[in-house]
Design a protein around this ligand. Structure first.
Ligand code: DC
Length: 244
């Protein structure tokens, strides 16, 4: 029979759920955000949209009148007295993004921010600043977390339990973006596709942490898969990891 010590230990063990970290990377429009949120919701995990953090910082750069293409000026801004403080809410049913306490969920999707975000996110000091914040969110996430971005499996969290690289044909990605009315414009499908390809090229060729499939990442081409098929696949992988 267990004494008081044994039973309290049993209780403690039973409430400590295994912590799971899932990294989901991929180009714009590959379905990362909706898939990541759905996986997090199904698995009872937190959710972090790192693209929203780069967009929020870019919004702050533009608001401050700093030239987003001037890497030195961007660095001086984020390291200076007016350095913006980015806060992300990690509930997958209601993710939030704030700069110095101001809700910027809507303006970070404007075409101005979308056009400038690749340049700002290529600045090494910007990445160092935000990667630090991202790791803090993961560290503080008791239940585990799904983190989406471009360099999560390769740089931010190379020891993630599961790494996914989501891809899809660029025309399909453009169609999805247009349907979501994201990226702040009602442009034609061709213009949306061309803007996506330009951003992918910038994100994939920058010197620091370019968009790339991480070592050990599972590539999922979602072109011919339904949303539910993609989510089910990742949830199955997560359940297998939890069993081992
Ligand atoms: O996921 P998104 O389209 O909202 O991301 C916006 C930009 O942020 C994207 O063009 C590149 C940058 N980004 C990045 O460099 N690293 C990340 N981990 C996430 C996004």
């Amino acid at each position: 029979m267990c004494g008081p010590e044994g039973s309290s230990q049993r209780v403690r063990l039973s409430i400590v759920a295994p912590r799971l970290v899932i990294a989901i990377d991929g180009p714009a429009g590959s379905g990362k955000s909706s898939v990541s949120r759905a996986v997090a919701t199904r698995m009872g995990l937190n959710y972090l949209d790192t693209g929203a953090m780069y967009r929020a910082l870019t919004w702050a750069v533009l608001q401050a009148g700093v030239d987003p293409d001037d890497a030195l000026a961007v660095t001086a801004f984020i390291e200076g007295e007016r350095s913006p403080w980015i806060t992300s809410g990690t509930d997958p049913s209601r993710p939030t993004i704030e700069v110095d306490g101001v809700d910027v969920a809507e303006p970070i999707r404007s075409s101005d921010v979308t056009s400038a975000v690749s340049a700002v996110s290529a600045v090494p000091e910007v990445r160092a600043h935000l990667v630090g914040r991202q790791r803090e969110y993961v560290r503080d996430s008791g239940v585990g977390i799904v983190v989406e971005g471009r360099d999560i499996g390769s740089v931010v969290l190379p020891n993630s339990d599961i790494k996914i690289f989501l891809t899809a044909d660029s025309q399909v990605r453009a169609q999805r973006r247009a349907a979501e009315k994201l990226d702040g414009h009602d442009a034609s499908l061709e213009a949306t596709q061309s803007a996506l390809l330009t951003r992918d090229a910038k994100d994939s060729t920058r010197a620091v942490s370019p968009l790339a499939r991480a070592d050990g990442a599972i590539e999922l081409d979602t072109t011919h898969l339904t949303f539910d098929e993609v989510v089910d696949h990742i949830v199955d992988l997560a359940r297998q990891v939890l069993k081992t």
